[in-house]
Design a protein around this ligand. Structure first.
Ligand code: SER
Length: 321
């Protein structure tokens, strides 16, 4: 394990911040290089190497590869659904060209032996069955983000089949964590709602009350990501991206759960353009392939997650953030 060098691209995002911490726990601080287009106030800058990297800058990327010779790359930099809809051309460019830069480096026989790249429930569309969404089925994404994820899935499979690049991927549901700010996603109301519950006891929700979406608590997302990356190659039978599920709930259900802890908490519903995005996504995911192939089991349901989120956000605020 100690011969491994891990490069994380987009390490200041929701997932990256927590993934870098876990990877440093496994491989050692100096073996995990975090990169992002800019620094924020995350603790990851104090715990190991950091390089500024815009993944569209191929020559800087190659310099970093030369310098560190990473054996694994986690490529997380992307525009999420709502942000990409505001700037569709750039959303496509960043999400696709960034991926090609990583895949081509792996294909060209640089040091890289394995690549992780996340897909999303956004790769599905209105003709996908919304309940028990199967691994394979109609995929007709309607957002630029979703189109880039579906195209990316096909390309990571292509690079695996054609050039043997060991690509691994998960279709994340909405990810919920307390260590970083929401990152412009349609599911991110489910992060903001906890902060609002503690700060102002009121949440203005941009989705309608009964919009059920699949979600996953961050510790489960990290666990799944590491499991799929650490699994023996023979167990990875999906070279597009695995369906992954944790829990499913609506805004009204998460609101009611939070209310059991904070009785004065109130909510109002003012849906906007993100409602249409949410309507095109699945509600409940069938992740039986992940369970069968590499033993996926989530640990958190809505109740456990809510207790943990409120506890941790309270602590963050009492520490003065
Ligand atoms: N959380 C993402 C989004 O809402 C979905 O993958 O954009």
């Amino acid at each position: 394990m100690t011969n491994e060098k891990v490069l994380v691209i987009g390490s200041c995002g929701q997932l990256g911040t927590e993934l870098v911490e876990s990877l440093r726990g496994i491989y050692g601080e100096s073996h995990v290089i975090s990169t992002d287009i800019r620094k924020n106030d995350s603790v990851i800058f104090e715990t190991g190497p950091f390089e500024t990297l815009d993944i569209l800058d191929e020559s800087k990327f190659k310099e970093i590869l030369q310098k560190y010779k990473p054996t694994q790359v986690y490529h997380l930099a992307a525009l999420l659904s709502a942000t990409a809809e505001k700037n569709p051309e750039f959303g496509w460019k960043l999400n696709m060209d960034g991926l090609f830069n990583v895949l081509n480096a792996a294909k060209e026989g640089q040091s890289i032996k394995r690549v992780y790249w996340p897909s999303s429930i956004a790769a599905f569309g209105p003709n996908t069955p919304r309940i028990d969404t199967p691994q394979y089925g109609a995929m007709d994404p309607t957002t630029v983000y979703g189109i880039s994820k579906y195209a990316g899935e096909l390309y990571i499979q292509y690079y695996y089949n054609r050039w043997g690049v060991d690509t691994r991927s998960l279709r994340y549901p909405g990810l919920i964590g307390y260590k970083s700010e929401p990152g412009g996603g349609t599911t991110d109301y489910a992060v903001s709602i906890y902060h609002d519950a503690l700060k102002t006891q009121h949440h203005n929700c941009f989705l309608e009350k009964d919009t059920v979406l699949p979600m996953l608590y961050m510790p489960d997302a990290i666990k799944a990501t590491l499991e799929v990356m650490h699994a023996e190659a023979s167990k990875i039978k999906m070279r597009m991206s695995y369906n992954l599920a944790g829990m499913s709930f609506s805004p009204e259900e998460i609101y009611n759960e939070i209310k059991t802890h904070i009785p004065d908490f109130t909510i109002e519903y003012n849906s906007d353009y993100r409602q249409q995005i949410a309507n095109s996504w699945p509600a409940v995911i069938d992740d039986s392939n992940a369970r069968e192939d590499w033993g996926w089991i989530p640990d958190f349901n809505l109740e456990d997650m809510t207790t943990d989120m409120l506890l941790n956000i309270r602590q963050l605020y009492s520490l003065g953030s």
